[in-house]
Write a protein that binds this ligand. Structure first.
Ligand code: CMP
Length: 138
């Protein structure tokens, strides 16, 4: 079984649609094996998105991700990383396919409702960033 990190972002927590997003995740066959609602600090958001630190959108991304609570969770499935990325749809909701989370709920490329790890390496780093092994229960 593979694990991936999911974040339900501030635009979704403030609109009270975390349950609707998680219904789509569970309907797609992914299992939520760890979950918590937290408010990221600026330092945590900067560290989490460190790979984007030279991008023009980095400061806005950090500010946005700290603007309201997020729900961080670990998803499990046979191909959890690619299955979840397919379910999320493209980063920019304007190009996301019908039936994806971002097509259904996202407001913009920054306010795009969800994050998902993009590789096995980033999944391992991102899961460990938020959870220890005692908090992951399948
Ligand atoms: P996420 O999957 O969380 O990874 C990085 C985030 O940066 C991305 O989703 C977007 O929300 C955000 N972002 C903002 N602007 C851009 C951009 N021009 N290209 C890619 N990502 C962007």
């Amino acid at each position: 079984m593979q694990k991936t990190l999911s974040i339900i972002k501030p635009d979704a927590t403030v609109r009270n649609i975390t349950g609707k997003i998680n219904a789509m995740i569970e309907d797609a066959g992914l299992k939520i094996v760890a979950q918590k609602r937290i408010r990221l600090t600026k330092e945590q958001a900067q560290e989490f998105y460190i790979e984007h630190k030279d991008k023009a959108f980095y400061d806005d991304l950090v500010e946005y991700m700290t603007s309201a609570p997020v729900v961080v969770q670990v998803l499990e499935g046979e191909n959890a990383i690619t299955d979840y990325r397919k379910l999320m749809g493209t980063t920019n909701p304007a190009t996301a396919e019908d039936g994806t989370i971002r097509k259904t709920f996202a407001e913009s490329i920054t306010h795009n409702s969800v994050h998902g790890s993009d590789s096995e390496e980033s999944a391992a780093r991102e899961v460990n960033f938020f959870f220890n092994h005692l908090e992951i229960l399948d």
